[in-house]
Design a binder for this molecule. Structure first.
Ligand code: BGC
Length: 354
């Protein structure tokens, strides 16, 4: 709970007050025993410490590692002499039962605000209900629970003024992945047969980010009149090793037929890049590879030509927006239902210019 601690801002100074410009007392003048020994005590300053609980779906995730580190760093920058944030961050280890226990513990501990990166959006309601019943504001991040129509009208968010979602619109990232391929002279059709053959490496299929990226990347291509054919669609759960395995298996099966590798995130694209290289294929020459996130390792690959492009999933913008929303809630301000941060298309030219 919020703690109010009284501190003395200024230590009493054991100096007698001497009027400005007053001359030294005469040597003969006896010191006054009852002269004031100290300046009047400064008013005590109050330090408010807010307890913040943060549950991250899984620490072992390239993107969420950058995101969670920035949450902690940004809270620090907002501290002042009188406001402190005591951040307790926990790893939910991709385990919904574990996360439920962690939220129960946060509630028992009396957190002032909770930032929640859900393990499963299907469990959003249960957790939101608990947090709301405890009177604690709840900032959902990264994994968006969708409304009944698959849109931004999740009842637990729109009906609770102390609950909000901070994220990026995954549809945008999917469309940008498609646009990265469309921007190529051959629009991805390396062998010129009129059909772009691709593989899709999917994140966590329960996560709207994965669903929308899978759908919208291809929709961008077909909307532009490009014919496509999916050779392999496989779940890599955002994981680098799985991305590597899926791509290696697909390359072994389909070889030169594969023209584009779409990965729902950069973590899996790093794995795909390793398999592409191991198979003796060359990105930009006989295959294309796109991801999402713009993590530093992917930027390096783009610089070296080993990835065609990615989409910046702005972890700095999102973590700051989440913390700002948490602080607004702590200050008793009204929250919006949703806070959106834009994605940005990242190709070799962007990397060279930034
Ligand atoms: C990121 C992935 C990450 C996932 C975690 C997505 O927005 O693109 O890299 O694994 O969030 O939920």
């Amino acid at each position: 709970m919020k703690k109010l601690i009284s501190l003395l801002l200024v230590l009493a100074m054991a100096l007698a007050l001497v009027a400005c410009g007053a001359s030294e007392p005469a040597a003969t003048e006896a010191p006054k025993a009852d002269a004031p020994a100290a300046a009047p005590e400064a008013p005590a300053a109050e330090v408010t410490t807010y307890d913040v609980g943060v549950a991250i779906y899984q620490y072992n995730d390239n993107f969420m590692t950058l995101y969670r580190q920035e949450i902690e760093a940004y809270f620090k920058t907002l501290e002042t002499d009188t406001v402190k944030y005591n951040v307790t961050m926990v790893d939910s280890k991709n385990d919904m039962a574990e996360q439920t226990n962690q939220i129960d513990t946060f509630i028992t501990q009396g957190m002032d605000v909770i930032i929640l990166n859900l393990v499963q959006t299907s469990s959003a309601e249960v957790l939101i209900d608990k947090v709301v019943a405890a009177g604690i504001p709840c900032i959902l991040i990264n994994r968006e629970p969708l409304g009944d129509n698959g849109d931004e009208s999740y009842p637990g968010i729109i009906n609770n003024p102390t609950v909000c979602y901070v994220g990026a619109d995954a549809r945008q990232s999917g469309t940008m992945q498609g646009n990265l391929i469309l921007a190529l002279d051959n629009k991805g059709d390396l062998n010129g047969d009129g059909v772009v053959k691709y593989i899709m490496v999917i994140g966590d299929p329960e996560n709207p980010d994965a669903q929308y990226r899978t759908e919208k990347s291809i929709q961008a291509m077909t909307d532009a009149g490009v014919a496509v054919e999916c050779l392999v669609e496989n779940v890599g759960n955002w994981d680098q090793t799985k991305g590597q395995e899926i791509t290696a298996a697909a390359l072994a099966q389909f070889g030169d037929e594969i023209e584009v590798v779409f990965c729902n995130n950069d973590g899996m694209a790093l794995g795909a890049a390793a398999s592409i290289e191991a198979a003796g294929r060359v990105v930009g020459e006989d295959i294309y590879l796109v991801g999402v996130d713009a993590i530093p390792e992917a930027i390096e690959l783009i610089k070296n030509g080993a990835m065609t492009g990615t989409v910046l999933n702005d972890h700095i913008g999102q973590s700051h927006a989440a913390v700002d929303a948490a602080v607004a809630a702590l200050n008793g301000e009204e929250l919006q239902n949703y806070y959106w941060v834009d994605y940005v298309m990242v190709d070799a030219a962007y990397v060279a210019a930034n």
